[in-house]
Design a protein around this ligand. Structure first.
Ligand SMILES: [Zn+2]
Length: 314
């Protein structure tokens, strides 16, 4: 979609306003401005991408794409990178809410107690794959139990929202984490799609106030997008935790990085600590399904999530 542009100078910042077709105005910032302010170098790779590099970080941006690669991990923003005034610009909110928190090296609170949420259960089976005879609720529990042991061995106190094949309402799941004073909440799921080629791993966080879920990026903001939910207090920590876990998971053999995304999941919105929901692969895809059917791979998933948590902790 083409956007009408007009420039606005705000102090030293080159910020642009776009009248989006979705009738939202999007402030933009030039990559060159970010590079100057952060002391980063910028390398333009032809017309279509650019990479910012600092002492301990790198950010790759791509023309017309709403995702970035931050320190090797795909992370979704709110709008596409565009070319204006001879360089790439990105939405200012992507810098403020996504990129800056990830590269600033900010401190996170101590983690003692972790709540693991095995998605679905009982009468709620979640996704199903006839080809591999895989049921999501069983896979979620299997990975959750493996993760439980790994985290206990690391010395964390660990809570489970379910430890068997039983139905647990969503509000009960958040309240188990909240009543148990969990410092982190990790929900485990597996994905399914009508498109059999869809594959890879995604890690979700709650959208920041005033932003949309990744699946609705091209749609106008809805009223609920402007509500500050309980979990929005932890926006930066959510992002750092998701980035850390996704970064470990995508090192597993044969998996694809589908990125850190935002989704308005009830179970995340109502948790009073940093929270992520991990979609550990598509049970409807030939490659992912064959991997997920193997216990060794599920153990590797649990181990990568554990490593991601440990890497996140101060
Ligand atoms: Zn699920």
């Amino acid at each position: 979609m083409r956007l009408t542009r007009f420039a606005l100078v705000a102090g030293a910042l080159s910020v642009f306003l776009n009248a989006a077709a979705a009738s939202r105005q999007v402030e933009r910032i030039a990559l060159r401005t970010i590079a100057e302010r952060q002391g980063m170098t910028i390398r333009e790779d032809g017309e279509k991408s650019a990479t910012l590099t600092g002492p301990n970080c790198s950010i790759a941006c791509f023309l017309d794409k709403s995702s970035y690669v931050v320190n090797g991990v795909c992370v979704y923003g709110q709008g596409a990178a565009e070319r204006s005034l001879g360089g790439l610009t990105i939405p200012l909110n992507d810098w403020k809410y996504v990129l800056e928190p990830l590269i600033s090296g900010r401190k996170v609170p101590a983690v003692r107690c972790i709540c693991i949420d095995a998605g679905h259960g009982g009468r709620d089976s979640g996704a199903h794959s006839a080809a591999f005879n895989l049921s999501e609720k069983s896979l979620n529990l299997d990975v959750a139990q493996r993760l439980y042991k790994l985290l206990r061995d690391k010395g964390f106190k660990v809570l489970m929202t379910r430890d068997g094949d039983r139905f647990v309402p969503l509000e009960k799941r958040s309240s188990i984490a909240n009543c148990g004073k969990a410092d982190l909440f990790v929900s485990i799921h597996f994905n399914a799609s009508e498109n059999p080629t869809a594959h890879g791993i995604e890690t979700y966080i709650v959208p920041q106030q005033g932003t949309t879920a990744t699946a609705r990026l091209s749609s106008p903001l809805r009223a609920q997008d402007n509500i500050f939910c309980q979990n929005n207090k932890f926006d930066d920590c959510n992002l750092l935790l998701a980035h850390s876990i996704e970064g470990k998971l995508i090192r597993l053999k044969g998996v694809r990085d589908r990125g850190v995304r935002r989704g308005r999941f009830y179970v995340l919105e109502n948790v009073h600590c940093p929270a992520v929901l991990v979609e550990c692969g598509f049970i409807t895809n030939q490659t992912d399904g064959a991997l997920i059917a193997m216990a060794d791979h599920r153990q590797a998933i649990a181990s990568a999530i554990c490593d991601g948590i440990v890497n996140y902790t101060p």
